[in-house]
Design a protein around this ligand. Structure first.
Ligand SMILES: [Zn+2]
Length: 139
């Protein structure tokens, strides 16, 4: 047992590059070889042109909170010690949106539009989950 106690992604041939990049502290997404569209979540076909080929491309990890909710009830026993916690939809600078959590700040201090950056949370030897923290305001 890994001791993590929460659901984990199933690593597949298709999504393994995403998770391996996370383990190395990089956010890497598929860029369509045919039309250049950057896609997330991992998919075999491009949602824009249905092309199949893609090249893994590192992105900045920077984005903004597009929306978020705060979960107050544990719907899985693994999350019992985490409630309340937020689930945020982060708009990456490069376009795709990603569900994650904003960590390191109280839930009631998170605001839509907040600038965030990816941080990498190793939860098992194989899986590192990308989460986000607030970026210091640029002055
Ligand atoms: Zn495409």
């Amino acid at each position: 047992m890994d001791g993590y106690g929460k659901p984990l992604p199933s690593l597949t041939e298709e999504n393994r590059p995403f998770w391996e990049a996370c383990r190395e502290g990089r956010l890497s997404l598929q860029r369509c070889d045919a039309c250049g569209h950057l896609r997330y979540p991992v998919a075999r076909h491009c949602p824009e042109c249905l092309g199949e080929g893609a090249t893994w491309t590192d992105v900045s990890g920077r984005g903004a909170v597009f929306s978020f909710i705060v979960i107050h009830r544990a719907y899985h026993p693994g999350f019992q010690d985490d409630v309340p916690y937020n689930v945020a939809l982060v708009q990456l600078e490069e376009g795709p949106r990603m569900f994650s959590n904003v960590i390191g700040t109280p839930n009631d201090a998170v605001r839509v539009g907040d600038a965030v950056e990816a941080v990498f949370d190793p939860v098992t030897p194989e899986v590192t989950i990308p989460r986000f923290r607030l970026r210091a305001p640029v002055r």
